[in-house]
Design a protein around this ligand. Sequence first.
Ligand code: PDD
Length: 280
Amino acid sequence: DIVYLNGEFIPASEAKVSVFDRGFLFGDSVYEVIPFYRGVGFRLDQHLKRLRHSLSALRIPLEKEWQEMLEELVQRNGGGNLSVYLQITRGDAGRRTPVYDEWMQPTVFACCNPIRNIYAAGADNIAGIRVIVTADLRWHRCDIKANGLLPNILVLQQARESGADEALMIRDGVLTEGGSSNLFIVKNGVIFTPKLSSEILGGTTRELVLELAREAGIPYQETDLGYAQLLAADEVWISSSTRAVLPVLEVDGQHIGGGVKGPLWLRMYELFRQFHHQLM
Ligand code: PDD
């Protein structure tokens, strides 16, 4: 495995970061997970736009051309279907102190992970998932893709221990998103999804779902959703970069839409496939 660290492509075993790096000490860092298929970044511009948003929210002054570096990293790891993890921390302060100096040199790290090409899989080979619903204990800047993922890790572990694949989070009676995905429900042919705010991450896949729905003339609404609406939905989906859009067949042990993959999910998945096919 070749990774990128601060300007160099090196074997993972040789990549070392300081114990005084603020990413390690404080989670003072942001990240992206970007899928590459046959060596080409999927929705790369959207990921880089969100990265700039995250960096500027943390006031990390780093202007960089990411594309070339990411493509080179993918090539050095054999190309193909890989997801690239890119993390930028505020850097190594040489000591532990919460306040930071503006001149700090950010730490830039990137590595690759093999992924399945979910677009090549075909609808029959995509399994529906189970989810649980649990309290959203995160802070109020979930629009930043920050590395402080402890609440996400805890709810995802809770999901796994309940035999589920994802945890949906709810705050003050309003569903926000999954531990690592965005949420959609379908009712009477209309797609509903929580509106963008600082309580959720603006998912690149979420954006694509809405884009494709608009082009196909499928009605959608960005609005608050509660637990009762979730259980009464005809279909529930989650979305994320490496999973595209997946049908949820069970919420807290109760079937959704009779426990089978819904027709609008199938239509959306086929729209994703077409889009992917045209791009790659
Ligand atoms: N997570 N919401 C949260 C909390 C997420 O962590 C993610 C993605 C998403 C979906 O965003 P996108 O469609 O741009 O992937 C929504 C990545 C995959 C991760 O942390 O591994």
